[in-house]
Design a protein around this ligand. Structure first.
Ligand code: 3BY
Ligand code: FES
Ligand code: FE
Length: 418
């Protein structure tokens, strides 16, 4: 049973003006939100966690996604599995959101006890003929992409994930995510629809006026501009950036670091984009002084100026992989006007806070940038909720990737609404 009017939403999608922001209802209507959860968040691969959050057998992590919740757990056989966080007896949640260490998964209600592989091991007082075998936890599709964990809530997940993993692993592997640990997690609730969060992330048009910490201007030139629209000084910077990008790619690739752009944002269910981009200043890291935040390099990375590998997935993540640390972001819609942005900073697993890195220094740039982005999203949510709002045009130069996100979104809605 759907709690939205499929025909009405289909009509909204059909009349979407290309290369323009969406109509207000897409950002403000509870019905469109319900359709988004159904068609997008329940049918696509979602980035939710990192392998190093469940390093040992019995380590578990519960992640809420809308009305759903998923338990990720490492079994005694070292395999990581995911299950719906719903007891097969009368439905109680097995674990609250967040990390846990478990021997078995024991329901707090009547103590039905599941093994780490999801099988029901004990259920007392259930009488004769009770069939344990068909009351195991319902599995959730899970894939590790070089240590990034993706789940799909559908029983029929898009099968292009294996191709994405195949293409991405050479880019991600040098950062050796399996030997990292989470130095810090920040949950930020942004007061805007999840699509405004994604749209904002898919352009750097707003970076110059809003993100002084993000070691721009270099960053901004990585995401599109028109030379003829730049002043003389900006043009010189942009040209310097283009040269640095080319020479950096040559150097990184020669040193075994895949760097060139791969972009499949709008033509497949699991849209993604990656490129290793040079960073400002020393080129080492996304810190206020551009120098590495952590003394221990990740994996086999010995080029201190390894830039920042950015990796985006649709519908819900973006990441920055640097030589000394990784920052990952996952987007989880809460309702039509609120979105959780969960940021994790990963460092080498042996790095000691206060010795090898300073937490303020590690998290400074993205804590500030996230705050600024949250403000931008909130003010946009307010504006698009105003009866006077009319969707405006995207820049063909600096918002091309926003349009690709929207093309993907509308195409995916169409597929699922028929
Ligand atoms: O974090 C990102 O990947 C993007 C790049 C452009 C704007 N935003 C900061
Ligand atoms: Fe889980 Fe009863 S609801 S044991
Ligand atoms: Fe931003």
């Amino acid at each position: 049973m759907t709690n939205y009017d499929i025909a009405a939403i289909r009509e909204l999608v059909a009349r979407r003006r290309p290369r323009h922001a969406l109509e207000s209802a897409f950002y403000t209507s509870p019905e469109v939100f319900a359709a988004d959860m159904d068609a997008i968040f329940h049918r696509h691969w979602l980035y939710v966690a990192v392998e190093c959050e469940v390093p040992e057998a019995g380590d578990a992590l519960a992640v809420d996604i809308g009305k759903s919740s998923v338990v990720i757990v490492r079994g005694d056989d070292e395999q990581i599995r995911a299950f719906h966080n719903v007891c097969r007896h009368r439905g109680a949640r097995l674990l609250p959101p967040g990390p846990a260490i478990v021997g078995n998964l024991v329901c707090p209600y009547h103590a039905w006890t599941y093994g780490l592989d999801g099988t029901l091991k004990f259920a007392e007082h259930m009488g004769e003929g009770f069939d344990h075998a068909c009351l195991g936890l319902r599995p959730v599709a899970l894939r590790s992409m070089a240590g990034l964990l993706f789940v799909c809530l559908s029983d029929d997940p898009p099968d292009d994930i294996d191709d994405v993993i195949g293409q991405m692993e050479p880019y991600l592997a040098p950062h050796d995510l399996k030997n990292t640990r989470v130095a810090h997690t920040a949950d930020l609730i942004e007061y805007g629809n999840w699509k405004l969060v994604l749209e904002n992330n898919r352009e750097c048009y707003h970076c110059m006026p809003n993100h002084p910490e993000l070691t721009i201007p270099l960053f901004a030139y990585g995401f599109g501009f028109a030379p003829e629209e730049l002043g003389a000084e900006e043009l010189e910077q942009a040209e310097r950036y283009a040269t640095l990008r080319r020479t950096s790619h040559e150097r990184w690739e020669a040193g075994g670091l895949p760097s060139r752009l791969i972009e499949h944002l709008e033509d497949r269910p699991t849209g993604f984009r990656t490129e290793r981009l040079p960073l400002d200043g020393s080129g080492e890291s996304q810190t206020m002084d551009t120098m590495a935040a952590c003394r221990l390099p990740l994996g086999a990375l010995r080029d201190k100026a390894a830039g920042g590998l950015h990796f985006w997935t649709q519908p819900n993540s973006w990441h920055h992989f640097m030589g000394d640390h990784v920052v990952t972001f996952s987007v989880i819609p809460l309702d039509e006007g609120r979105t959780l942005v969960r940021t994790k900073w990963l460092v080498h697993k042996n790095a000691v806070e206060g010795v090898d890195y300073d937490l303020e220094n590690l998290t400074g740039v993205w804590n500030a940038t996230n705050r600024q982005d949250a403000d931008l999203v909130e003010m946009t949510q307010r504006g698009v909720s105003d009866p006077a709002y009319i969707p405006g045009p995207y820049s063909p130069h600096t918002e091309g990737l926003v349009e690709k996100f929207m093309e993907w979104y509308c195409a995916r809605l169409k597929v699922h609404l028929g």
